[in-house]
Design a protein around this ligand. Structure first.
Ligand SMILES: *Cc1c(COP(=O)(O)O)cnc(C)c1O
Length: 342
């Protein structure tokens, strides 16, 4: 199940989802009903699961666009049932994350959902909250979550309920619990060729990042020793410096916290970000790079010659994970799609 919420983690949900349809993927997950409707309106075929809460008054739209709604708790289920509208649903089970889901202890409530005539129960799932960690206590906790879900499904089976599709893992569930076999895995960050952070996992598939981020140099200037650069004068040239102005900024999702800390690639070489990153622009030091011209390509994520900037590295530098970094890439950045050799 391809997780394409948040604009496919910033990549562009419509193109990505339609492309996945072409290569044979017909199960998708989104966070909200609106995201699901967007996909349908662009012609995406197959199942679309809404992972988050949708208020019951929207039941008509869920049905009209053939979306599958997650039942986030028993109250939600009752509200949805009250509408009398026939709905495809999946039951979320809370095995320890304590976000969405019905506790496995509420077995009678869960059983009753299977007898609700307006529900077509298409699946039941849980979410692991520490699958990215290989610390013994976290592994023990994940195993407890898995066991608790499996105990519930066995009990339901014993009650004569025919089980719907079952799923537990997201990206790190696959990477660290590869032996666990379910009907689906909900793959987000790994689908885009990234890890959430720089880490080691049990399974190490050879994934390639889907996304590169480029800009072009708008102009070049020199500053003299002692001159300051940018808002708040946070950078002073220690000697005569050659600078390039790059038209991308925090409104495009490039974090302002990388001011004076991040770097980009120009002609395959590192150029440090100097001064504060602005809303629409940043300034980089090109003093040690030969023959740079306006219009030259600037690589913010991706490969340039033998150098590479990985999203994981940037995310680490600003204290977050690639999931946040990528999903915040702004709508102003044009997405250019191509595929190569497959
Ligand atoms: C976002 C999300 C996923 C995908 O997670 P990744 O770690 O990006 O693979 C899977 N399941 C649920 C419930 C989610 O909210």
């Amino acid at each position: 199940m391809a997780v394409v919420k948040a604009n496919a983690y910033g990549h562009g949900d419509l193109v990505i989802s339609n492309y996945l349809n072409q290569i044979g993927i017909f199960s998708f997950a989104v966070a909200t009903m609106e995201e699901g409707i967007r996909l349908r309106k662009s012609g995406v075929k197959g199942k679309i699961l809404i992972l988050g809460y949708t208020p019951a008054p929207h039941a008509k739209e869920i049905a009209r666009y053939d979306l599958t709604q997650t039942i986030v708790d028993f109250t939600h289920a009752k509200e949805l049932a009250k509408t009398g509208i026939s709905l495809k649903v999946q039951i979320k089970i809370d095995t320890g994350m304590h976000r969405l889901g019905i506790s496995p202890d509420q077995k009678e409530d869960i059983v009753s959902l299977f007898f609700q005539p307006s529900f077509s129960i298409c699946g039941m799932y849980t979410h692991l909250c520490a699958a990215d960690s290989l610390l013994p206590e976290d592994v023990a906790f994940s195993k407890k979550q898995i066991a608790s879900f499996q105990r519930l499904t066995k009990e339901l089976e014993n009650e004569g309920i025919s089980l719907p599709s079952l799923h537990i893992q997201s990206s790190y569930g696959i990477l660290n619990y590869p032996g666990l076999s379910c009907d689906f895995a909900r793959i987000g960050i790994l689908l885009y060729g990234c890890h959430s952070q720089i880490d080691t996992t049990l399974l190490q598939p050879d994934v390639i990042p889907v996304l590169s981020l480029y800009s072009r140099i708008a102009m070049i200037r020199e500053v003299e020793e002692g001159e300051s650069v940018g808002y708040g004068r946070t950078y002073y040239a220690d000697k005569k410096r050659k600078l390039a102005i790059v038209p991308i900024g925090y409104a495009d999702g490039y974090p302002r916290s990388l001011s004076n800390r991040g770097y980009v690639l120009i002609h395959g070489k590192k150029a440090n970000i100097v001064g504060r990153i602005c809303m629409d622009q940043m300034i980089v030091d090109i003093s040690s790079i030969e023959s740079v011209r306006p219009g030259d390509r600037v690589t913010l994520i991706g490969r340039d010659g033998s150098s590479i900037i990985r999203a994981e590295e940037l995310a680490t530098l600003c204290g977050t994970i690639t999931n946040e970094f990528l999903s915040r890439l702004g709508s102003r950045i044009s997405r250019v799609f191509f595929h190569d050799g497959f």
